[in-house]
Design a protein around this ligand. Structure first.
Ligand SMILES: C[S@@+](CC[C@H](N)C(=O)[O-])C[C@H]1O[C@@H](n2cnc3c(N)ncnc32)[C@H](O)[C@@H]1O
Length: 397
């Protein structure tokens, strides 16, 4: 998909088609763009001035990591420089600044992609609205709205066919644009906080990282999928790993740019894990070195739910795992948080994380033989509150 965004010189749909899209959108005149703001590791809204949110990046609150081993001393001058940079890029309201950057990036897409993104998000909202209605309520919807939705669906299918796209590409466009737009602000919070985060959050991340480090041992390697700006690195190092044992990949080039600046010595790649990572059509040295079964552990931290197809992501991960390797799926805020995100913003989060029962059936679809070693807690349970979402799969064959 990165390639989809890079092919901005592709032939362009005539303007007339874009105008047609505008009339097609008539089926949902009152539709509002979904809120693309997507907080990570906490609930402090990005709209809080950055320096107020500095304690516990994104986590907010006054309670911070109790071991402080991941905290770095930050120079006052660096804090000031970082604040000024963010103020310049985002303005004083980071959430609004992020949304402006998202809108600007969408507007720069070639017309066919721009139109597809508009149709795609409107249809997702429409489908979500229908799913929440009874059959009777659906039957009472005005004909004009039903016809508009059908026209939008036909238009989107036409673009898919003409440009060899599918819904995964559209999903990834939103993912990449949104995370690119928020990367600098999120990394700045981490810089200002010296890597420190709210204590309950840090404990949950440490627990996941300790499982990874134990599987990796002294000589192995781990892969952090959807690594963002490298949030896990200090936690993995604290759990005993060397930076050379840690590999991070993320779809967002901006996240990876920040990750490289923040964590020297760690191998980071900006790539789509599902369709590009480890494929041979990118012949950089790093890609050439990639062989199946090369990691002792792979972790998705607050990242699996951002994939358009979670099962495919787990399938790919299991091919990259060595025998006895551990696949760790973690979300410090738990599946119930992800469900709320998905309801609020189905464009970014298509569904919630797998329940324990779902995970047991998904495991049967994974290559090799994987077993569920640790089941995730039940959503909204006291256990979830305590440990967040933490599931561990082991490759046994
Ligand atoms: C919620 S952020 C989590 C970042 C980090 N792991 C953390 O715990 O803060 C999810 C990340 O997954 C990345 N992502 C989404 N889809 C991806 C894909 N197909 N391949 C690689 N990374 C992806 C996004 O770019 C984003 O940075």
């Amino acid at each position: 998909m990165t390639r989809v965004l890079q092919t901005s010189t592709l032939s362009i749909l005539p303007l007339a088609v874009c105008l047609l899209a505008r009339t097609t959108f008539g089926f949902q005149q009152n539709f509002k763009l979904p809120n693309l703001h997507h907080p990570v590791h906490g609930s402090t809204p990005l709209s809080a001035p950055l320096w107020l949110a500095a304690k516990g990046f994104g986590g907010g609150g006054s309670s911070t990591s109790n071991n402080n081993k991941t905290k770095k001393k930050v120079k006052k001058s660096d804090v000031k420089k970082t604040q000024q940079k963010i103020l310049k890029k985002y303005g004083s309201n980071v959430a609004e600044g992020t949304q402006r950057r998202v809108d600007a990036a969408l507007a720069k897409l070639p017309p066919h992609l721009y139109m597809a993104t508009q149709l795609y998000q409107q249809l997702l909202k429409w489908d979500q609205r229908l799913a929440n209605m009874s059959v009777l309520q659906q039957a009472q919807l005005p004909q004009v709205e039903m016809e508009g939705a059908q026209r939008a669906r036909d238009e989107l299918t036409k673009v898919y066919d003409e440009y060899d796209l599918d819904e995964h590409d559209l999903h990834n466009i939103f993912q990449q644009i949104t995370w690119d737009a928020s990367a600098d602000a999120k990394a700045a919070r981490a810089i200002i906080a010296g890597g420190e985060m709210a204590a309950p959050m840090a404990r949950k991340i440490d627990a996941a990282c300790q499982i990874v480090a134990a599987a990796v041992g002294k000589d192995g390697h781990c892969l952090d999928v959807g690594c963002g700006y490298g949030v896990l690195v200090p936690h993995l190092e604290q759990a005993g790993l060397e930076s050379s044992q840690i590999h991070g990949i993320d779809l967002s080039q901006e996240m990876i740019k920040n990750a490289r600046q923040l964590h020297r010595g760690v191998d980071f790649q900006a790539t789509d894990f599902l369709n590009e990572y480890g494929t041979t059509n990118d012949d950089t040295d790093e890609q050439e070195q990639l062989q199946p079964s090369q990691f002792e552990s792979i972790i998705f931290c607050a990242a699996l739910h951002d994939f358009s197809d979670m099962t495919s992501a787990l399938q790919k991960a299991s091919t990259l795992l060595k025998l006895n390797g551990k696949l760790v799926i973690s979300h410090p805020q738990g599946a119930s948080h992800v469900t709320r995100q998905s309801n609020a913003n189905p464009v970014m989060v298509k569904r919630s994380l797998y329940t324990a029962q779902e995970l047991h059936s998904v495991v049967k679809e994974l290559p090799g033989k994987m077993t569920v070693e640790l089941e995730p807690a039940t959503p909204n349970s006291p256990e979830e509150d305590k440990v967040g979402y933490l599931a561990v799969l082991t490759k046994v064959e």
